[in-house]
Design a binder for this molecule. Structure first.
Ligand SMILES: C[S@@+](CC[C@H](N)C(=O)[O-])C[C@H]1O[C@@H](n2cnc3c(N)ncnc32)[C@H](O)[C@@H]1O
Length: 261
């Protein structure tokens, strides 16, 4: 299904949670000189406009990035500054642009995006050396290409969870990926909904000893998503504090720490 459009949610509380943790992880991984592979299963368009009609319709960016003044010295602050330089003051970086701001020439980025218009926009924004952009199903494509070179790597798994079975399918994908590429660190985002469907995902990741961070939104909407979840499998060395860093930096957007750690 391809009815989901991330422009409605860009810069919202869930994006801020996911992107700060991603930036903190990449900052730690790039502290070592050796190159790494950065891979995304569901990349989106890479650059969003929080002043656009989609953001105005949901008000998510207003409850997210608009409430923050990120320190430009932090990894996320650097990525936000790069997005502003590319698209103006109301621009917001998608995960591929967060990564682009932090990766180095020795690193390789591989992105999957199935939606034709999102893929075309992503290819325009992210074209450049060291980046491969595929219009392909994210799970199928990443499994077909794994293990990536360099073998040191991080995979962001960020599906749109349009159908109930996506939660179990996501956990099954991560298990299969690690069977092929055991060295990979994997960051999975998931929504916290009143129906509690994410329990299937958490249970499915259980054997992999994932670390979880579940953040309630400071100002949740009357209906729908109440918080944002992240699971980190094979946490890289030195990354024990990335969830705490995100809670600190997103104060006022995410409620005080209450999640599973
Ligand atoms: C949550 S958004 C991604 C947001 C992005 N990772 C970010 O943080 O900026 C999910 C994306 O997955 C795309 N998509 C949906 N089904 C897909 C599939 N089977 N394979 C790859 N991409 C898909 C959607 O078009 C959408 O752009």
């Amino acid at each position: 299904m391809l009815s989901y459009q991330h422009a409605y949610h860009a810069g919202g509380p869930a994006d801020v949670h996911k992107h700060i943790v991603l930036a903190e992880l990449l900052a730690r991984l790039t502290a070592k000189a050796r190159g790494l592979s950065y891979v995304e299963t569901h990349a989106g368009r890479g650059l969003y406009d929080t002043a656009g009609p989609e953001a105005a319709k949901t008000g998510e960016a207003a409850a997210g990035i608009a409430r923050m003044t990120p320190d430009p010295a932090t990894p996320f602050g650097r990525a936000l500054a790069a997005a502003h330089a590319a698209g103006g003051a109301s621009a917001y970086p998608g995960s591929p642009l967060v990564a682009r701001a932090l990766l180095r020439p020795q690193d390789r980025m591989t992105l999957m995006e199935l939606h034709p218009a999102e893929h075309a926009a992503l290819a325009r924004t992210l074209r450049g050396e060291g980046t491969a952009i595929h219009r392909r199903d994210g799970f199928e494509g990443v499994l077909a290409l794994a293990p990536f070179q360099p073998r040191r790597g991080l995979v962001l798994v960020d599906p749109s969870y349009e159908v109930k079975s996506d939660y179990e399918a996501t956990a099954a994908f991560v298990r299969r990926l690690l069977a092929r590429w055991p060295e990979a660190a994997v960051l999975v985002w998931y929504p916290l909904l009143p129906a509690g469907r994410h329990h299937a995902l958490r249970d499915g990741l259980g054997p992999l000893r994932a670390a979880f961070d579940e953040a309630a939104f400071a100002d949740p909407p009357a209906r729908g998503m109440t918080g944002s979840g992240l699971a980190l499998v094979n946490a890289p060395w030195g990354s024990a504090d990335v969830f705490a860093a995100a809670r600190r930096q997103a104060k006022g957007v995410l409620a005080a720490r209450d999640g599973r750690g």
